[in-house]
Design a protein around this ligand. Sequence first.
Ligand code: ZN
Length: 324
Amino acid sequence: MRAFAPCLLVGLVFWTAPVAVLPLPASVERFPNELGSIMILEYHRIAEPDGRWTRSPAHLREDLERLWDAGYRSIALDTLITGTIDFPSGTSPVVLTFDDSSPGQFRYLERDGRLEIDPDCAVGILEAFARLHPGFGLNATFFVLPAAAEPNRLFGQPGHELRKLQYLVSRGFELGNHTLWHADLAKYPEAVVRAQLAGAQQRIEQIVPGYRLRALALPMGHYPAKLDWAIRGRAAGVSYQHDAILMVGGGSAPSPFSRRFDPYHLPRIQAVGSAVADWLHYFDQHAAQRFVSDGDPETVAVPEGRRGEVRPRPGQVLQVIEAD
Ligand SMILES: [Zn+2]
């Protein structure tokens, strides 16, 4: 499937002045479009049976297989925020997020006196999938609750909280802020909002020294009365600073290269039911809306006529793909 008519001209642009004309690589099956949108998938419980907030292990595996087959590769949320996507030409990024630190996301089993990761928990599934499909990458963000009631307090195995968070970070997974105990930030005054966000930062930092929570997923998708309270602040001597704020729904997210990209209002897709299959089908039907990498992290490839939609960044090279 091709996103555009056969490509004829590729102008390499340093903001406004074309400096070169390059042919597209012959191997490209999908035309690059780094202004296309990106799915940030949102999972909650990983358990049987499927439900409104639950994805079964089998269906999580199926989602990953579908994404892989359709040319998607995982990226860290941080990579999305910074726009440092470095993918083979023709592939598309997807961001995986897991909210609420429930046991099915990360569970240890004890076998013969040894701890092993449950192959049916999200971490076990993601690691097994990445081993079988190394190109998919091992990337996900876990928006954890350090002071929630069980079973949502840091994955619900009290003796393993420290081990789990340190393991996740050592494997390159990201931890995100989801408040101390899933506080509805719309309901509280400034001091409580800040105490929730700084408190979560403090607790995680105690477990993983020096770790900064770079993103906040809003419990229930509710913003506090003032956006700035959620972005940065300080409480009880602890500072927090979020580079991104994620919502609970809203569909696919604008490209980080787009002027429409707003890191403090990032929409997500709830990965339940047939949502992943439906969205993959949608991008098949609306190929021009899908983010497709050009294989060159130094350039931003955009279809002709859309260069004005690109958000300027210092030193960024713009590659404009001109169709017939
Ligand atoms: Zn939540």
